[in-house]
Write a protein that binds this ligand. Sequence first.
Ligand code: PBG
Ligand code: ZN
Length: 324
Amino acid sequence: MYVQKLRPRRMRISAGMRDMVREHSLSVKDFVYPIFVVPGEHVKEEIPSMPGCFHLSVDHAVEVAKELHALGIPAVEVFGLPEYKDEIGSGAWDMKSPVQRAMTAIKEAVPELMIVGDVCLCQYTSHGHCGKLCGHYVDNDETLQLLQKVAVSQARAGADIIAPSDMMDGRVAAIREALDAEKFQNVSIMSYAVKYASGYYGPFRDAADSAPQFGDRRQYQMDPANVQEALKEVDLDVAEGADIIMVKPALAYLDVVRRVREHIHHPVAVYNVSGEYAMVKAAAQNGWIDEKRIVLETLLGMKRAGADIIITYHAIEAAKWIKE
Ligand code: PBG
Ligand code: ZN
């Protein structure tokens, strides 16, 4: 009988051995939880295509922030639906908008919880594009001036991290300059540096009422076929002063995450987006998958690909599962 001598299975023989040789792990400290704040009071309405996620008025957003902190999750990312929309999205820098009010209230209630502000205009513009229009073209440089206002208003409201998701060229430098001019030198920038034009944003656009009213976002978001271009975007955002670099979506782009991880020395974040979340939830609700296993395996895959930070709607349930 042939006796095999080389046995990788020796390292898998017991739970103790597997614990000892494990290479990667998930922690609640990896997570950022996104929330959607809406006008009004005492609002907590489930988002149909994102089961377990809610439209929250400011009072409920504060309750969720307390829960995140109690679970050890370090950060919340605040998205919002405004009271009004217009051509240039001026609700985005209105200190009375739900996002700014929520940031201030959360900072007061749970000062240790980090607040990430999504900086974009698509929730606030009547046409649903991420910037100021010139005909059907989203004007890059005029949009930068508006993004500067949004970033400063969020920093004033209490944001610790500004996360521009608009994909205009030069926005990181423009936002850095505006923040510094207002003495927000210690507010950092997490750039959605590599953001693809993706079908996986569908549920989010329903939730945030931010779908473009004509055309699509391919003029400014990246072509899913490209990876060299991703590294070019990363280089530019690093040069412009980004502190954290994000890749989005996560699951279909883990090769890009790995490339970015090996390309720079900055923390790398991934956004486990709404469509990725919705697919898992739908399958779980049908009893087709073991949700806990699938979620933890998926998030671990993002860590293994090189992510340091995972923005995920699964954060609360995953945090509880990790603690079990
Ligand atoms: C807005 C924005 C989007 C997401 C985050 N910020 C949608 C988009 O670009 O249309 C997507 C998040 C998700 O799908 O979970 N620029
Ligand atoms: Zn946008």
